[in-house]
Write a protein of this length. Sequence first.
Length: 372
Amino acid sequence: MMANQRKFLDHVAKYAAEHNWRLTIPNDGIAPIMWEGDGALVSFSRSREQMNFAKRLSRRATPCVGLSYALPRHRLPRVLVAYERLAQLAAGCLHGNGYAHFIYYSSERLKSSSIAYKAFVRELRALGHSGKVPWLVRDEMVEEGRSYDPKSDGIIFRRCFAKAERPLGVWCFSDSLAARLLDSAIAAGESIPDGFGILGSNDNPVMCENQQIPMSSINPDYRSAALKACETLDRAMSGTFIPATPTFIEPLGVSERDTTGTVTGGNPVLRAAFAAMHDHIGEAYGVRELAEDLKMSDRKLDRLFRWKLSTTPAAEMKALRLKTAASLLRTTDFTIEKIATTCGFSHAPHFVNTFRSAYGETPATWRNRWRR
């Protein structure tokens, strides 16, 4: 997955330019026959062409750094996305939002997707989920030659997703797959995110933020992965011995948008409560004002939230403000002061302290880390 990501390649290209590398990025993943490079960042598959390329590299003793879980016969140092951590974040996001049933959805049945699936199930078990977690593979369910036919996605949805119990949380192994599923779910009239939650992987902002419903996704740290891979290859090309062991790169976190959210179970009062929270997010709007709008007492509203969601209205208001603030930090150049007022915090220092308590770092530090 990593070697095909635009973010990763962009950072590799930047490193190459800064260190006077002449970079070859073949479209088909295979270097030209006469290629005589000094080193390679490689993502191996089980294809005959890539296995032959691996043999060529091995015969020439070309310094290599692997970027995939699939290994050629000769061992080499690797820099890998920590798929187990991605899976833990996915399970925590979906389970934490109240989804009771889960599906894992990938395009292919690869070693990396298998590792992610096993870790996803393991984390859900640790969180108390005891039901089955199906692994659906799209390429195994479409007719040959129709991989990119939108009708195939509709057929898959009706056969596999429409019959699953609700509320259903689906973790997709890529954003493109999540976008296809989202289109099918919207066409089928699903209640998103209340009854049907979708979480992608890779956090491509162009894709995620321009869907009919902005799409939640997990953000791997491609900058750190690219930098570590390039630095390791640089050392190998200079003659330094590099152990044939993997280095795992931790993800940055979950970018929650609108395809995941707190499950209300169809309760009309809870739905109205969350709608009101969104409508008044930039105002001095608290539990008392919310209860008045819903024509009920503060105590009754608090009991409803504790009974149905195991939380409080105040906690949900705070979480919504922080989630919105995080989105603005990622996607806008608003000042910290403007984000604070936009999200209903009384002043910037209050926002900074609240954000630091929730995320472990200041808004400015968090923004810089996500934008590297």
